[in-house]
Design a protein around this ligand. Structure first.
Ligand code: HEM
Length: 142
């Protein structure tokens, strides 16, 4: 992992461009997001010491979700204010498609490394390196 931290600014905030896997990131095309009938937003508070690992997990994310029926795309949003949480925004055709993913083997496979990290911290009796809450949205306007 050494080398990935280079380019951190004085706040310890890592610019996106310094990630060697940044080409793996892709924006949701406008047409895709515009088709969504349902949006789920997972808000993740990440401890400062875990930021580098967290961003690397998403740069090399499992992409298990990509093959799920009704999945239209996702964005991981990093706030320009580094004390604010990350938002994992996923766009779906319907709410049923989202719930099918959450109950699927793909959800667990896509979170394998994240959940393993949480387990390891817990086993060591340490505070979790990240915490998450999600909310779901219908699309009111386009
Ligand atoms: C304890 C709860 C959760 C935590 C700590 C968490 C954290 C993470 C992390 C670190 C990853 C990257 C994993 C990797 O590729 O190794 C990930 C993937 C992802 N998370 Fe979560 N997550 C949680 C629950 C959820 C929920 C409830 C949603 C939706 C509302 C969600 C949405 C996503 C999506 C869309 C991906 C990408 C999956 C893929 O590429 O297949 N997460 N999450």
């Amino acid at each position: 992992m050494a080398g990935i931290v280079t380019g951190m600014d004085e706040r310890g905030f890592q610019p996106v461009a310094s990630c060697p896997l940044s080409e793996a990131r892709e924006a949701v095309p406008e047409a895709t997001a515009a088709q969504a009938g349902f949006v789920a937003i997972n808000t993740i508070v990440c401890q400062p010491h875990y930021v580098e690992r967290f961003e690397c997990l998403f740069c090399s994310r499992a992409r298990m979700i990509d093959k799920m029926p009704g999945f239209l795309g996702m964005n991981v949003l990093k706030c320009q204010d580094p004390v604010e949480p990350y938002l994992v925004v996923s766009f779906w055709e319907t709410e049923q498609h989202f719930h099918a993913w959450v109950g699927s083997a793909e959800f667990h496979e896509g979170h394998k490394r994240a959940f393993a990290d949480l387990r390891e911290y817990k086993e060591r009796g340490e505070q979790p390196p990240m915490s998450s809450t999600f909310k779901t949205y219908s699309v009111l306007s386009r």
